[in-house]
Design a protein around this ligand. Structure first.
Ligand SMILES: *Cc1c(COP(=O)(O)O)cnc(C)c1O
Length: 450
């Protein structure tokens, strides 16, 4: 029991804790010291006679509590998986000028809702809207929190208690709990399913439109494919039938491709421009999928409909904040200036040829002096382009225990996320933004490992 009595008091410890007080503040430091003393007492009781720990070791334990409490758990990682829009790794990394625009608005006051011409109150919506009008030739646009809320808002504003016609084959689950039928129910819309799982015909639309209907909806099957005995009318034909019945068409495009992915050897992902050209009245898409910007939901189309959407109470609940508005606008400007491939990271990653990736993988091998460069596949991910992959080259490392090595990489600073195949660790340069940091981590991990 002597060792228990010899333990210093919190006050005594505080006299030696200047460094912790400066770094972590008084309340948190006190918390950590008390917790450490409690833990020490409990341990001494268990161990009986063992000597009480030194001042320094108590302070060191407190410091490690403080470090754990104050290290943000959300932090950057290096994505060496080759999955470009990795949903679990935060989807799209942003372009330099997008980050700059977001920083500037975050650090300063802005004209968010201030009309610089009149000096009076303005609208936050005009900032992204004017770029979207110019880029897509649309009458009107609205940016909200994400695409899930865009779809919910559009349906709530235009179809509450009214019929919405949608093919059975499009009642999809996007992942993370977004199911088209559930969102429709939540909006108060009455779901009218037409066709079968694999086939829908123009006559199915015609029949359904015999009754008063608020909307015809199309939802993009973002993350799966229907192949084989299938049929679906062209979008322009659906629009034609709907418009003849006086019913607007809404298209939930999901990924928001503004450029044709076929030019990178991938399947063609439907673009926003194609939907608009087909005559769709409202198109919804994500800001942080193929578009390559910050999280947002973008609604574009007919002014008369978007005016009604803007006035719905949910519009306020799901509105985009100033930082994402600045970011989305900056990302859209890359498309307007025809520099998306050069400036937007996810577009740049898609555009890299296998040869360009191979050169980097070879350079990594050269620096590390180990491994083998082999052919592999990168994917786009993020619930777009299902079953599609692009040829790539990866650095393949043969290590004793690949799973343990992956753990080692995840524990590094910055953490590296890689994958294993056939008992080798594979690192795909396509999705790596900072080769230097990656190589430093790999060198260290390999040294500790062999
Ligand atoms: C991804 C996706 C959504 C949800 O978009 P978020 O921006 O993730 O909210 C909705 N519909 C479709 C078709 C999608 O692919």
């Amino acid at each position: 029991m002597t060792s228990l009595r010899n333990l210093p008091s919190v006050d005594q410890l505080l006299h030696h804790a200047d460094d912790l007080l400066i770094r972590f503040g008084r309340p948190l430091t006190l918390d950590a010291l008390r917790l450490t003393l409690d833990e020490t007492r409990a341990r001494l009781k268990l161990d009986g006679e063992s000597a009480s720990p030194s001042f320094d070791s108590i302070l060191a334990s407190a410091a490690s509590h403080l470090a754990a409490w104050t290290t943000p758990s959300l932090a950057p990682v290096i994505n060496a998986t080759g999955v470009i829009l990795h949903t679990n790794l935060g989807r799209a990394p942003l372009s330099a000028s997008t980050i700059q625009a977001m920083n500037a608005v975050a650090a300063n006051y802005s004209n968010l809702e201030f009309d610089m011409n009149t000096g009076k109150r303005g609208s936050r919506l005009i900032h992204a809207e004017s770029v979207l009008q110019k880029l897509l030739g649309v009458e009107s646009a609205l940016v909200v929190n994400n695409n899930a809320s865009a779809v919910l808002l559009v349906l709530s504003a235009l179809a509450n208690k009214k019929r919405v016609v949608i093919p059975r084959s499009q009642l999809v689950e996007i992942g993370g709990g977004f199911r088209v039928p559930d969102v429709m129910k939540q909006s108060g819309a009455k779901l009218v399913e037409i066709g079968t799982t694999n086939k829908v015909r123009i006559s199915d639309y015609k029949d359904a439109l015999e009754e008063p209907t608020a909307l015809v909806m199309r939802a993009h099957r973002s993350n799966f494919k229907i192949v084989g005995f299938t049929e679906e009318p062209e979008l322009a034909k659906i629009v034609d039938i709907a418009h003849k019945a006086g019913v607007p068409v809404i298209d939930d495009l999901g990924s928001g491709a503004l450029i044709d992915t076929a030019k990178y050897g991938l399947a063609h992902e439907p673009t926003v421009q194609e939907s608009l050209a087909a005559g769709v009245d409202i198109v919804c898409f994500s800001g942080d999928k193929l578009l390559g910007g910050p999280q947002a939901g973008i609604i574009v189309g007919k002014k008369e409909l978007i005016d009604r959407i803007k006035m719905h109470p949910l519009a306020r609940a799901v509105r985009a904040d100033k930082i994402s508005l600045a970011g989305i606008t900056a990302t859209l400007l890359h498309y307007l200036k025809d520099e998306a491939e050069r400036e937007i990271p996810v577009v740049r990653m898609m555009s890299l040829t296998a040869k360009q990736v191979e050169v980097r993988a070879e350079a990594w091998r050269g620096v590390l002096g180990v491994g083998e460069v082999i052919q592999s596949e990168s994917t786009v991910g993020g619930g777009s382009l299902p079953e599609e992959s692009m040829p790539t080259f990866v650095l393949s490392l043969q290590v004793k225990s690949p799973d343990k090595f992956l753990v080692k990489l995840r524990e590094a600073n910055p953490p590296v996320i890689a994958r294993t195949e056939n008992d080798n660790v594979l690192l795909d340069p396509r999705t790596v933004l900072d080769d230097e940091s990656l190589l430093r981590v790999l060198k260290e991990a390999l040294r500790a490992y062999r």
